[in-house]
Design a protein around this ligand. Structure first.
Ligand code: SF4
Length: 383
């Protein structure tokens, strides 16, 4: 049984996309390949943290015993907004904080660098025009959410005019819409973390689209929406505890750096290739035969069913056995319920045909249930 670590939004998302990738990243701690867009995001976040730190204002926090600190604990605090750093200082800071890892070419790095200057200068203007009211920046918050430990680094938490909180996440990706803010599970998890750590109510969630220079606001998630996320977090927690790490190919494979060790992408050794190809082709043939047989069985069962309906019969003898018609309840113990063919006429109830060996034909109880074939499509039809 595995130990469940404190889960972050990205670890939950990684597990839901592919448990095996989660295992490589979070359990075996294999290094993630550096990517230019991650480096870019980290650089911009770090500069914004520095830009906004002077605006930080005190507020009460919940502490472990659920007591609260109050404003008196914070000493002197200037209510006037501070002097913002100058644009040239901001750009100097940006150059100093630049993370050069993971760019595919000097040209790509140059384009990102230029983009960063543009969006930071624009956001600087926005800050000067309307100074923010953060009570926390890059805050590491932890909580036990109905027994599951969760954590996250929240970019910013602002005080609203009514004394509530707005949870803010910066985004450097392109093409965001308000729908992203309304449906972001990351913001929803941050809401949970903020609610556990601050006494003020969460009044809003927001993505700041730095490329578009827009504030995409959303109301806080209602309890029902949080419950759906809690189910996902619980599933991930259960999966890790049960050590379920099946590879799950999908969209994540395209950017997965572990394909060389993933069983989904592992090549068959050359020495075994020919032998295994024969085995696979035989398996394909058998599957085809199985499906053909299944179709024929259904069609024979349907023909028997129609005759039985017309003549009022339940048992029809043949040379090598007796076909016996049973209601679903009688067949359930040994028979596999097959999906009805779409072309099948609506029968009365759900019937199965089973075979009794000719030698035992006089004893209906000895029916060979393994040979049951379903003919009824709809459960609960009138009998
Ligand atoms: S390659 Fe795909 S299936 Fe394999 S670990 Fe990576 S994401 Fe999962």
């Amino acid at each position: 049984m595995g130990t469940v670590p404190t889960l972050s939004y990205s670890s939950v998302r990684t597990y839901l996309e592919c448990p095996l990738r989660w295992k490589y990243l979070y359990l075996e701690r294999l290094p993630e390949a550096p990517r230019g867009y991650f480096s870019f995001g980290r650089t911009v976040h770090s500069v914004l943290e520095e830009l906004l730190r002077p605006y930080l204002r005190p507020t009460a926090r919940r502490t472990e015993g659920l007591t609260q600190r109050t404003l008196e604990h914070f000493g002197d605090y200037r209510a006037e907004p501070p002097e913002p750093i100058r644009p040239e200082e901001l750009l100097e800071l940006y150059e100093r904080r630049w993370i050069p890892d993971g760019y595919e070419s000097p040209e790509e790095e140059r384009r990102y660098r230029e983009l960063g200057r543009t969006l930071l200068l624009r956001y600087h203007q926005e800050v000067v025009r309307q100074p923010p009211t953060p009570v926390a920046i890059e805050a590491h918050l932890e909580a036990k959410w109905e027994g599951v430990p969760v954590h996250g680094y929240v970019d910013r938490i602002d005080l609203t005019p009514a004394g509530g909180l707005e949870v803010v996440d910066y985004k450097t990706s392109r093409g965001l819409t308000v729908q992203d803010a309304l449906t972001s599970d990351q913001l929803a998890l941050y809401q949970v973390l903020v609610e556990h750590n601050f006494p003020n109510p969460v009044e809003g969630l927001a993505l700041i689209d730095l490329r578009g220079g827009i504030h995409l606001a959303s109301p806080p998630r209602p309890t029902q929406a949080l419950a759906a996320l809690r189910v996902s977090v619980g599933e991930v927690s259960d999966g890790i505890r049960d050590e379920e790490y099946a590879p799950t190919p999908g969209r994540a494979c395209a950017r997965c750096e572990f394909r060389d060790r993933c069983p989904e992408f592992k090549e068959v050794p050359a020495a075994d290739r020919e032998r295994l190809a024969v085995l696979v082709d035989r398996f394909v043939d058998l599957r085809d035969s199985e499906q053909n047989l299944e179709r024929e069985l259904r069609s024979a069962a349907l023909a028997l069913h129609e005759v039985a309906e017309r003549l009022g019969l339940h048992r029809i003898p043949g040379e090598r056995g007796v076909a016996v018609r049973r209601r679903e309840r009688a067949a359930r113990s040994g028979a596999k319920a097959a999906e009805p063919a779409a072309s099948m006429p609506r029968p009365i109830g759900r019937w199965y045909w089973e075979i009794e060996a000719a030698a035992r034909a006089s004893s209906p109880r000895r029916t060979d249930r393994r040979k049951a074939t379903a003919v009824g499509p709809s459960e609960g039809s009138a009998s």
